[in-house]
Design a protein around this ligand. Structure first.
Ligand SMILES: NC(=O)c1ccc[n+]([C@@H]2O[C@H](COP(=O)([O-])OP(=O)(O)OC[C@H]3O[C@@H](n4cnc5c(N)ncnc54)[C@H](OP(=O)(O)O)[C@@H]3O)[C@@H](O)[C@H]2O)c1
Length: 284
């Protein structure tokens, strides 16, 4: 039995679908089972990984744990100790490629994510562990640009020449499944990226090619972007850290690894494949 935290999230959902398709038994943790909408056959349990005592009853019979730092936060060491006491032997922990960078250079920390601490807790847990250090999720682009693309042919944003190597969330989930089901990846901190480094401008152009529309990226000065994002209610410290990350990396390629290919024995999905898989969301 596998216990999945962050089960209703971007990585958790495809991970669960893949585990189920491979015949694994899954117990999915959510704070709101009514809204979970998870596949048939998944045991959905109401608990909050950030309050590990709520999880104790869900750990019976579990051998493998998928640990999402956003869901567990600084409660991860307590959760992992509880898991070990209940017979869990392995943890696959979600993390990020920037986890060893200066803490102030990790924008998600300003929104509360504690990837570094949660990964360290997994490594120190005494369980078999695998860390999935992911690059930017491809789906970030849908969240950032989807509205503009549905409304017109111009995407306005900062730093046209900033590059990402976006990873298809399904590839990340597939590596997560491999981390839980096979022994191949145990003890590894896997730097998982998409197969291409592409600038904001190139990412938008490819979306246009897949949609059959002449999309283009129009650069907006960072200060105007800051005001716009904060005006939309986004956390200012996060916005400032994100723009600083763009300023530091502008004009440089994003690191690309072949760890997805090696873990899965096939090439990582390309950016164009991800856009094709999500074309309807850019059109609707
Ligand atoms: N986005 C990126 O580009 C990127 C790249 C690398 C690493 N990461 C890291 O990946 C993690 C996020 O993964 P994800 O996108 O799969 O997560 P997500 O979809 O945002 O959230 C996963 C689930 O966790 C639960 N959750 C969210 N906030 C919570 C909170 N404050 N307390 C308790 N439970 C909470 C929610 O489940 P319920 O409501 O059902 O309980 C949610 O569906 C973060 O640590 C992030 O830093 C992200």
């Amino acid at each position: 039995m596998f216990l999945v935290t962050g089960a209703t999230g971007i990585v958790g959902r495809p991970l669960i679908e893949l585990l189920v398709s491979q015949g694994a038994k899954v117990r999915a943790v959510t704070r709101d089972p009514q809204a979970a909408g998870l596949p048939d056959g998944v045991e959905v349990v109401a608990a909050d990984p950030a309050r590990p005592s709520t999880l104790a009853a869900c750990l019976e019979g579990v051998t493998g744990l998928f640990l999402n730092p956003r869901a567990a936060g600084l409660a991860a060491p307590e959760l992992l100790a509880l898991a070990k006491d209940h017979g869990v032997t392995r943890v696959a922990v979600l993390s990020a490629v920037n986890v060893d960078e200066d803490l102030d250079h990790q924008p998600s920390r300003f929104n509360g994510d504690r990837n570094k601490e949660v990964e360290a807790a997994a490594v120190a847990s005494g369980l078999e562990w695998v860390s999935l250090r992911a690059s930017a999720f491809a789906i970030n682009t849908l969240l950032a640009w989807g509205g503009q693309i549905r409304a017109g042919d111009v995407v306005r944003g900062p730093y046209a020449n900033f590059s990402e190597a976006p990873i298809h969330e399904r590839d990340l989930a597939e590596v997560g499944v491999r981390a839980l089901l096979s022994d191949d990846l145990v003890g590894r901190k896997l730097e998982l990226t998409g197969p291409q480094s592409l600038t904001h401008e190139e990412l938008v152009a490819t979306i246009g090619e897949v949609l059959g529309r002449p999309l283009r990226f129009q650069e907006v000065p960072p200060e105007a972007v800051r005001q716009g994002m904060v005006g939309m209610g986004m956390n200012e410290a996060f916005v400032v850290a994100l723009l600083a990350r763009y300023a530091r990396g502008a004009g440089q390629p994003a690191p690309v690894t072949d760890e997805v290919d090696k873990a899965l024995g096939r090439p990582a999905r390309t950016w164009a494949e991800w856009v094709t898989d999500h074309a309807a969301a850019f059109r609707d």
